[in-house]
Design a protein around this ligand. Sequence first.
Ligand code: COA
Length: 144
Amino acid sequence: MEVTIRRFRIEDYDRVIELWQACGLPLKPKGRDSREEISRQLRRPEIIFLVAEAEGRVIGTVLASYDGRKGWINRLAVDPSFRGRGLAQKLVRLAEQELEKEGLRMFAALIEADNLPSIKLFQKLGYVHHPEIKYFTRKLSPDI
Ligand SMILES: CC(C)(COP(=O)(O)OP(=O)(O)OC[C@H]1O[C@@H](n2cnc3c(N)ncnc32)[C@H](O)[C@@H]1OP(=O)(O)O)[C@@H](O)C(=O)NCCC(=O)NCCS
């Protein structure tokens, strides 16, 4: 099976949302994941959104982002019927390469505590777990 990894285009939006739903990723359809918001993010240089395509379908995603200090790996997802073939590993490494081109030397990911596949994956890729860190956020509205 031939898999192509390329930049996300807005025409992929519906297929990507379907994939994220199938993968059980928490969705913010009125906030960060709305079509308008994704379009806005795409115009920012610090958002690197890659999709994997096979047989004309979007089967994987990774959305890397960065600030001046760290690169972040977000929205990693692989279609359930294409799992266990190393695609997530490939997506993360490509996202890291893109971040490295922007001068980033440190990468980070936030993973839910019960997401064992993802925890194992990031550990395999050399990421270190920081149990001493508590994650805090403040949202200006609840659905963003
Ligand atoms: C996590 C996810 C992206 C992995 O995708 P994948 O393409 O199947 O992963 P890979 O084939 O690249 O796996 C690489 C490594 O990850 C680990 N891993 C992946 N799936 C695993 C599972 N179900 N159980 C245990 N370890 C797993 C293994 O260490 C594996 O290496 P190995 O095959 O040599 O054992 C996929 O399960 C997924 O989309 N999950 C739902 C969305 C999600 O949780 N995303 C991450 C949010 S932080």
